[in-house]
Design a protein around this ligand. Structure first.
Ligand SMILES: [Zn+2]
Length: 146
């Protein structure tokens, strides 16, 4: 359910769609290679700048890599972000995993302070559509920047 975006800062959870067109190596933490495909990373942003501030950083493709997800966003062909003002990141993950074709991408990714989920990175089916999300969300309409 897409709600119309306004210019207010959103404090809550966000879902970042990440399209990897090449295999991505995650150094150090997981010794994992992520196959190309479509991923969903879910985070919380309740501090200064809110969801928009956090997601703008994700959309800067050239950056000093700090968070695990930075290795994915730096290597992504396409990014898309939507925000949920009335949900937590864990609620979004639990919800996404009920959608057919989704699965945990890497255990322990992005959820170090979470006891509910085994990961905050989900593998999405290639035919996944934003319209299949039956929760209320706002499309942030951000563009990737080099
Ligand atoms: Zn969680």
């Amino acid at each position: 359910m897409l709600r119309k975006a306004n210019h207010q800062t959103i404090y809550g959870a966000y879902l970042l769609f990440i399209n990897l067109t090449a295999e991505t190596i995650l150094p150090n933490f997981f010794n994992a290679n992520l196959p190309f495909g479509y991923y969903g990373y879910v985070g919380n942003a309740r501090g200064k700048g809110g969801v928009q501030g956090r997601c703008k950083r994700h959309f800067k493709l050239t950056k000093k890599k700090h968070w695990h997800v930075d290795w994915l966003t730096s290597n992504a062909q396409k990014l898309h972000a939507i925000a949920f003002s009335d949900k937590t990141e864990c609620e979004i993950i639990q919800y996404l995993l009920t959608i057919k074709g989704t699965s945990v991408a890497i255990k322990g990714f992005g959820n170090s302070d979470c006891k509910m989920c085994s990961s905050h990175l989900i593998k999405l089916p290639t035919n996944f559509s934003m319209q299949s999300i039956k929760l209320s969300f706002v499309d942030l309409n951000l563009k990737e920047e080099k």
